[in-house]
Design a protein around this ligand. Structure first.
Ligand SMILES: [Zn+2]
Length: 284
């Protein structure tokens, strides 16, 4: 399983409040238009006026992580909550749940998206040592018709050919089967995934060499940045780096920065994108 991390930078959707998750909430995007995939939904969450978010968005091609699991998202807010949710979760369930949005864009494969969601849910349950009773529908918490293919019979028939209650039970059974018959090694930290981070400062391309902002990239990848003000020496994980200062930000050559972070830089010419991959994952 691969997770693409594209954390939101929009503060109205990502307040940065720390949470201790107790449960998972399953949603659907309710947008069956072509192109309404995970990236499009993530872009919507990241618009400055959006006050909604979820931790993960899954389509048929990828799983995008929009929020760290220990930060609050705005995915189950409502005027009132079901007695079960108030009793088992909290009086404000956003403050203890991980939200997953399932995409239903017409140009994607529902089956492929469904299987990616199963893998993600199984991984989360494994990491937290939770059983399938920790999986809630949005509907179970607020009464909202979400995800409609697990709450409304007509929608369930369209996607599964069964009623909604059967479809929901089948989803939970599929996860149970994945956990018991085909146990996965838990994905303990994000370094096991390919990471895409939205950086507040852009990289620089000069004479065919790319440069990245040292502190932002290093810290996003768990590196420790050191700075000696008198000698202007910059270190990452204890190794010195040659840097140039632009507008108060230290930049280093991408390849050298990648090396001290135990990664390799892969350059994609068409989009002028650089990806830092763990050394073992770089197959060219
Ligand atoms: Zn929902």
């Amino acid at each position: 399983m691969q997770i693409t991390e594209m954390l939101l930078t929009n503060k109205t959707a990502r307040p940065g409040i720390k949470i201790s998750p107790k449960a998972l909430v399953i949603h659907w995007t309710a947008n069956e238009n072509k192109g309404a995939n995970a990236r499009a939904n993530r872009s919507y969450f990241n618009q400055p006026t959006t006050e909604a978010s979820a931790h993960y968005i899954v389509d048929d091609k990828e799983i995008i992580r929009c929020l760290p699991e220990n930060e609050m998202g705005y995915h189950v807010g409502a005027k009132s909550y079901t007695p079960d949710a108030q009793k088992q979760l909290s009086v404000y369930p956003n403050n203890c749940t991980i939200g997953i949005e399932m995409c239903v864009n017409a140009d994607g494969s529902f089956q492929a998206m469904y299987h990616k969601t199963l893998e993600l849910v199984a991984d989360i349950l494994t990491r937290y040592k939770w059983g399938i009773e920790r999986i809630w529908r949005h509907h179970d918490i607020t009464g909202k018709n979400c995800p409609a293919f697990f709450t409304a019979d007509d929608c369930a028939h369209k996607y599964f050919g069964t009623g909604a209650a059967d479809a929901w039970n089948c989803f939970k059974q599929d996860i149970h089967n994945l956990l018991t018959s085909n146990p996965q090694k838990p994905q303990s930290h994000v370094d096991n995934c390919n990471i895409q981070v939205a950086l507040p400062a852009k990289g620089i391309l000069r004479a065919g060499v790319s440069y990245l902002p040292v502190r932002m990239v290093a810290e996003a990848l768990g590196g420790i940045v050191g700075w000696e003000a008198d000698t202007k020496r910059v270190t990452v994980n204890g190794q010195q780096l040659d840097v140039s200062i632009e507008n108060g930000i230290a930049y280093a050559a991408t390849r050298k920065l990648a090396a001290v972070l135990g990664r390799e830089a892969v350059w994609e010419q068409a989009t002028k994108t650089v990806t830092l991959v763990p050394k073992s994952q770089n197959t060219g």
